[in-house]
Design a protein around this ligand. Sequence first.
Ligand SMILES: *Cc1c(COP(=O)(O)O)cnc(C)c1O
Length: 222
Amino acid sequence: MENRESAYRGIRKRIDAAMAEREQHGGESRPVRLVAVSKRQPVEAIRALAELGQRDFGENYLQEALDKQEALGDLPLTWHFIGPIQSNKTRLIAAHFDWVHSVDRVKLVRRLGEQRDPARGPLNVLIQVNIDDEASKSGASPDEVPAIAAACGEHPTLRLRGLMCIPRPGNTEAFSQLAELNAGLPEPLPDLSMGMSGDFEVAIAEGATIVRVGTALFGPRD
Ligand SMILES: *Cc1c(COP(=O)(O)O)cnc(C)c1O
């Protein structure tokens, strides 16, 4: 377990260093939110990280996430849905998550907006953009982003926070492209969710405000 603690402290240190360097170069000064990606990791690993102070956890598979949330219901965690969304699953996502990073079509916005219980407070939404991977089926194309953003504005139960991308491995240019896309919107959004275990420092340099880190925190997945 000492390993887990040193991995966690190490990642936090690297995030802090990348943030400090970005600020020194005149970049974004807002803090970076670390989402610990716990897909295919056991509940005990999440609990151990929560004991070290980690609050934000990201999950890709709905049923797996719901089971874990139930087992960890005694902890004050913030849950992020980061996987592909089937439209028949939006009701459960709206009911059980605080953030959703993978909204990529207007239909999902409508369903999440209608299904979110206002009493739970707004659901934080990020639009997933297919910035570089023609072959991938998930993510909106850059020119679809304004319409999806406008649809979010019609639902007081949603709070549009920003853009998210999952570039092809090694394509770190995608991060500056996502930042440019955001800067070019009629109303640029506050958050960019980009960067994973292998590239979160580059993503922070390019303006990430949310990084999603799995393997580097938890080790290999089952
Ligand atoms: C699995 C996953 C991650 C974490 O990837 P690592 O390389 O393990 O850090 C981040 N974002 C998304 C959308 C993922 O599916």
